[in-house]
Design a protein around this ligand. Sequence first.
Ligand SMILES: NC(=O)c1ccc[n+]([C@@H]2O[C@H](COP(=O)([O-])OP(=O)(O)OC[C@H]3O[C@@H](n4cnc5c(N)ncnc54)[C@H](O)[C@@H]3O)[C@@H](O)[C@H]2O)c1
Ligand SMILES: [Zn+2]
Length: 366
Amino acid sequence: MSSGVAVEAARVVDAGDYRVTIGAGLRHDLGRLVAAAAPAHHYAVLTDDDVAPHYGAALQAGLTRHGRVTMHRMRAGEAHKTRETWARLTDELLDAGCGRDTTVVALGGGVVGDVAGFVAATYMRGVPVVQCPTSLLAMIDASVGGKTGVDTAAGKNLVGAFHAPAAVLIDVETLRTLPAAHLRAGLAEAIKHGAVADAAYFARVEALLPLVLAGEPAATLELVARSVEIKATIVRADVREAGLRKTLNFGHTIGHAIEQASGYSLLHGEAVAVGMVLEARLAERIGVAERGTAREIERVVRAARLPVARPESLGPAAVLAATRHDKKARGGAVAYALPARVGAMAGAERDWAIEVGDSLVLEVLA
Ligand SMILES: NC(=O)c1ccc[n+]([C@@H]2O[C@H](COP(=O)([O-])OP(=O)(O)OC[C@H]3O[C@@H](n4cnc5c(N)ncnc54)[C@H](O)[C@@H]3O)[C@@H](O)[C@H]2O)c1
Ligand SMILES: [Zn+2]
């Protein structure tokens, strides 16, 4: 077997119905791993214009040994995570003669993962998808948990489906070609995993940051594996986000608001970085978090060279207004996932959703 090295070095996380395999160099064996996880007559690889030139051909060649392969591309970027792209890709699969015995392979960042997952969820009422994430955000967040979907004019991720992958296959070496800003943005979610669930990991992330930013594979593998474990454990306990999964929204209520109010000029992870710092301050202010929680989070966010404050161009009132557009706002008051301290969340007795009045939110935004 030509693949001994990559697979021996790999870590496997059990996500319930599927496994997440994380290795350094796994891309050289990706076709075989995809075919082993979700054997099919036809493999439809969905990718984007930025990722295809790096990793498309090798995957295509690897898969050709296991069945028919067709490649399907979308333009890169959130602006193309739409029903139009979903419709075009679905038509391409129909034109290519993909039947029910098709495995969709998502090769790319979270945008490709979400669109490809939604194509797979709906194509012929559902075919398997194997997620092969190539951005840090997709590796530790988007590819795990089975949420798929597209954006509409009314907001992000408003049309979609839960569709768990057959497998997630991660090669951390693909991060070498990811633009540095996207690498840093992905680190925000790793910091979040530590803050939400594991104080020891939070400290470890701080130590690993410089190594990960320098592209060191062992450090990156450790970070990705532990983050995936944390996300998978939380999702397994609450797939449909009725309770515990809401803790993963830490930093995201203010984060989404800043992202939206900025017209998406900040990356998601950059907005979430600010959101975590401000929401931790909010948690201290209303007395659910230990003093110093926000300071600790701010220190690590800074170490990742991510922003810690609201962009000057966005006024507090505009950000506050945008928190109301978030789909987590119900019946007036906006609910937050807030920390009790680094490594533990507050509000178990309130389903992990703590309602906070506008005046307090304005104070931390000011
Ligand atoms: N389904 C979920 O549970 C979930 C969770 C979090 C985020 N998301 C979604 O994920 C999306 C964001 O994902 P993202 O940050 O990966 O953005 P992205 O998919 O747009 O990727 C960022 C950019 O990097 C490029 N890229 C990706 N990997 C690369 C590589 N290895 N080398 C070179 N270029 C590469 C992409 O083509 C794109 O241009 C959002 O749409 C968000 O809603 C989904
Ligand atoms: Zn996020």
